[in-house]
Design a protein around this ligand. Structure first.
Ligand code: 8YV
Length: 328
């Protein structure tokens, strides 16, 4: 890293406060238009920058990393997931990767709960009834959904966000079950009164609601595949606020269409920003535009993490959020 201020290229528009601070601390090039960079623009940025600040919408693959300039030593991603970056290729080129874990945990867990409530309780449908002026008044059999309290929630991925979802779920009277690469600490299991399922198939078939909270890695791509969707009970719901790639979206769409499962709440999609077109006409889904962490506070905190990571790296220290490939 040069002794002068590092050249930091930011690929998308960040909150003003974050951009202003970056301008003060670094030689910063902003993207005020917020237009996602083309591959050629990304390649040019990576040839020139000391630090690249990408987001989930930038695919930093091995081909781009290969073309990176000698100066590029840090990719300080604005976000927690790092599946848009080829970590192995970055490691081979001695480029450090950082992310922004922790600061979007609570917001994402809130949105997960919002979907867990919205789909079984038909909140979006209810709102549409009012807004379209088609509500004819209360009826004993009108807008019946399913009770949340007392149901079984199966969390796939009991990391920070999964645990935050579990804590909220306890408050709603859900019993917590989970599948994870590793069983969590017994103290956490006890606090959440959580049941561990080593075998995901077994858990899928017994839950009333499944929540996907694991990162997308080669090991979790289509973890929820056609066969596992087929194991779910007909009254069960699935919620995904993690990454679309974890679920086989085509298989899920079919299962929802054929009412083999009761419904889905999705904030993420396999081919963002595209959404399976057959999903759009279904009445048993709530579909959000990848907004789980979209709070003003969260975005500001993410920016702060990015700045801290760049600053510590520039000062020749290990940045606090250095991503180690084996973590993912
Ligand atoms: C972020 C996310 O908004 O952090 C993540 O992994 O999925 C989102 O909530 C996005 O990644 C920003 O780059």
């Amino acid at each position: 890293m040069p002794q002068t201020k590092p050249l930091v290229i930011v690929t998308r528009k960040l909150p003003d406060a974050v951009e202003t601070r970056m301008m003060e601390l670094f030689r910063t090039r902003l993207n005020l238009s917020d237009q996602p960079m083309t591959r050629d623009e990304l390649a040019a940025a990576m040839r020139e920058a000391d630090v690249l600040v990408p987001t989930v919408t930038d695919r930093i693959d091995a081909g781009l990393i290969e073309q990176a300039g000698e100066r590029l030593k840090l990719i300080a991603s604005f976000g927690t997931g790092v599946d848009h970056i080829d970590l192995r290729a970055a490691k081979a080129r001695h480029i450090t990767i950082t992310n922004t874990p922790g600061v979007l945990t609570e917001d994402t867990a809130d949105m997960t709960m919002a979907l867990i409530l919205a789909v079984p309780r038909r909140i979006v449908e209810g709102n549409a009834l009012i807004q379209t002026g088609t509500w004819n008044g209360w009826s004993p059999t009108g807008m019946l959904g399913h009770r949340i309290h007392g149901k079984r929630l199966g969390i796939v991925g009991m990391g920070r966000i999964g645990s935050a979802v579990a804590r909220r779920a306890r408050g709603f009277g859900l019993s917590v079950h989970y599948h994870n690469r590793h069983r969590v600490h017994p103290d956490l299991e006890a606090e959440l009164e959580a049941t561990y399922w080593d075998n995901l198939d077994q858990m899928m078939g017994r839950m009333d609601i499944v929540s996907v909270n694991c990162p997308h890695t080669p090991a979790t791509f289509h973890l929820i595949n056609r066969r596992r969707i087929g194991l779910m009970q007909p009254h069960a719901y699935i919620v995904n606020t993690a990454r679309g790639e974890v679920i086989d979206e085509a298989a899920l769409t079919e299962a929802l269409d054929e009412k083999r499962i009761a419904g889905a709440g999705l904030d993420v999609y396999e081919h963002e920003p595209k959404v399976n077109s057959d999903m759009l006409s279904l009445d048993n889904v709530v579909l959000l535009p990848h907004m789980g962490s979209a709070t003003i506070e969260g975005r500001r905190d993410m920016g702060e993490r990015v700045i801290v990571n760049i600053r510590t790296f520039a000062d020749a220290h290990t940045p606090p959020d250095r991503v180690v490939e084996t973590m993912f």
